[in-house]
Design a protein around this ligand. Structure first.
Ligand SMILES: Cc1cc2nc3c(=O)[nH]c(=O)nc-3n(C[C@H](O)[C@H](O)[C@H](O)COP(=O)(O)OP(=O)(O)OC[C@H]3O[C@@H](n4cnc5c(N)ncnc54)[C@H](O)[C@@H]3O)c2cc1C
Length: 470
């Protein structure tokens, strides 16, 4: 375990820039002007994250001549899409185990669609010439407590039963991949995930859709969508767009489509980025295969290398703020950053002396099933897609396709899935919402401290097929 005390960790965290590393780089594009005046279009997409950008791309490519507008409150990629870990997973269901527990009848179809989606996403990135720093390394889940060793072995059995490729590793083999004294076992999934640079991807998609004629309005927060005769009117403070179809892709935000808030809540997930590692520091941890890593706890960490050999270290302390609190005031919770900084040096004590360059947090939109929710309004002329929980980098491309199917009134294999047709159980209204979530977070921490044993409350939630995760 590391020798750093809380004062030293606090100082290290405060030395880091309070900004998102991915978007704090010299090549970040300028932000566009707000929309002014009245406009017309065939399709308006609200929200310029991955979901919005993929939807714009496929709408414009598949129906050339269709007039498509994207309206973004801040800048393209302002939300989760440029703040994440960049684990671009094939899973559409927040992992195989979660998918099996909620959609057992559809899991093989969902896995097939997820694998096809990842292949097609990587092909799109290549075809469009986007430099998203893609590394097709796969991932490794590690056990850091004795109870997790058995869990990981059981997980490997499930992967085998579903024809997924994996390699189960003992402690020595896990440490040969990446050297941490905390590792007791690991499971490698070599093809389930590509590591990407999220900001480069979302900005590359922005350039691609603009080349196709999509009109992007940044700094333009949508206040309302109203039905006016045969058309829908999307209103911003200084402008409006009259359109035939509207796709809402605001994920953790629930304006202008308030029904999203019944099913999707914002959870703030915290991230640290280190300074680039020296050659000696890299040699001290190994990590030659450069896979994305996660540990197996309920409150888990995820971590990865960047192109210039920094370590992105995130997760564990996912916070919900009463009344669905969202905003910049929740992005710099020093206590959370200090907690995860301590875990970083527990995992890699040989890196003591390394500093953090950036610290940030971002809103994860989570549902009670940890998989995206879908809805429609105005006879299907408006559709919404939101709530991938912590696994939306890849799944958002698929979610965007579902959103387009819904808004175009198409019945497809995707729209027939129970995961699309049935909404997850809604969260209770406030003040009960906050009380239940904080109690559940406490119970999850307790389960981790008690060899993963869930206890009566988590078992009860499980019976109803609901939970809380990041
Ligand atoms: C810290 C963190 C780490 C994560 N790590 C991973 C990971 O490694 N792998 C993974 O698969 N997933 C990860 N995720 C989740 C993943 O990033 C998201 O699921 C995904 O980016 C969702 O994309 P989106 O376009 O649906 O939403 P967002 O990117 O959140 O986009 C929504 C957009 O809507 C805009 N908006 C909101 N309201 C309005 C309005 N009224 N008018 C106009 N625009 C509006 C917002 O400004 C925002 O830009 C992580 C998330 C976070 C926060």
């Amino acid at each position: 375990m590391s020798g750093l005390d809380s004062r030293q960790l606090d100082a290290l965290v405060r030395d880091a820039k309070p900004a998102v590393y991915w978007s704090d780089r010299s090549f970040a594009p300028d932000v566009g002007d707000p929309i002014i005046g009245t406009h017309e279009g065939d399709l308006v997409i609200i929200g310029g994250g991955f979901t919005g950008m993929w939807a714009a791309l496929h709408a414009a490519e598949e129906q050339p001549g269709r007039s498509v507008h994207v309206v973004e409150a801040e800048r393209i990629g302002h939300g989760a899409s440029s703040r994440n870990g960049g684990f671009c997973e094939a899973s559409l269901t927040h992992g195989l185990l979660n998918g099996l527990s909620h959609w057992p009848n559809d899991i093989d179809a969902l896995n097939r669609m997820g694998n096809d989606n990842l292949t097609a996403l990587l092909a799109d990135v290549e075809r469009l010439g986007i430099d998203a720093a893609v590394e097709t390394t796969g991932t490794m889940n590690v056990a850091t407590e004795p109870w997790q060793v058995d869990d990981i072995a059981e997980y490997a059995d499930t992967l085998r039963a579903h024809g997924e490729e994996f390699e189960l590793l003992d402690a020595a083999a896990t440490r040969a991949e990446v050297d941490s004294p905390t590792y007791l076992a690991g499971v490698v999934e070599p093809h389930s995930c590509a590591m990407i640079d999220p900001a480069k991807l979302v900005w590359g998609l922005r350039d691609a859709v603009e080349r196709l004629g999509v009109i992007i309005h940044e700094n333009s927060r949508v206040i309302s969508v109203d039905e006016l005769g045969a058309a829908l009117t999307v209103r911003m403070s200084a402008g409006s767009i009259r359109a035939n179809r509207v796709l809402v892709a605001t994920n953790a935000w629930a304006e202008p489509e308030k029904q999203i808030r019944n099913y999707v809540i914002p959870i703030y997930d915290h991230v640290l980025m280190t300074e680039p590692l020296t050659t000696e520091q890299m040699a001290s941890i190994g990590w030659g295969a450069r896979r994305g890593l996660s540990d197996w706890a309920n409150q888990f960490h995820y971590y990865r290398l960047t192109e210039d050999n920094r370590i992105l270290w995130g997760g564990y302390d996912a916070n919900y703020y009463k009344g669905n609190g969202m905003g910049p005031e929740y992005e710099q919770r020093v206590d959370s950053h200090v907690t995860i900084a301590g875990h970083f040096f527990d995992t890699f004590p040989q890196l003591e002396g390394l500093g953090f360059s950036h610290r940030w947090a971002g809103p994860i939109g989570t549902t009670s099933k940890f998989t995206a929710a879908f809805g429609t309004k105005y006879d299907g002329r408006l559709a919404w897609v939101a709530g991938y929980t912590g696994l939306g980098v890849g799944a958002s491309r698929w979610g965007a396709r579902v959103g387009l199917d819904l808004v175009d009134g198409k019945s497809t294999e995707r729209t027939e899935l129970a995961m699309v047709r049935r909404k997850p159980m809604p969260f209770p209204p406030e003040p009960l919402r906050n009380a239940v979530i904080q109690f559940t977070r406490g119970q999850i921490a307790k389960a981790d401290a008690n060899e993963g044993e869930p206890g009566p409350w988590l078992n009860l939630l499980d019976k109803f097929g609901i939970g809380f995760d990041s």
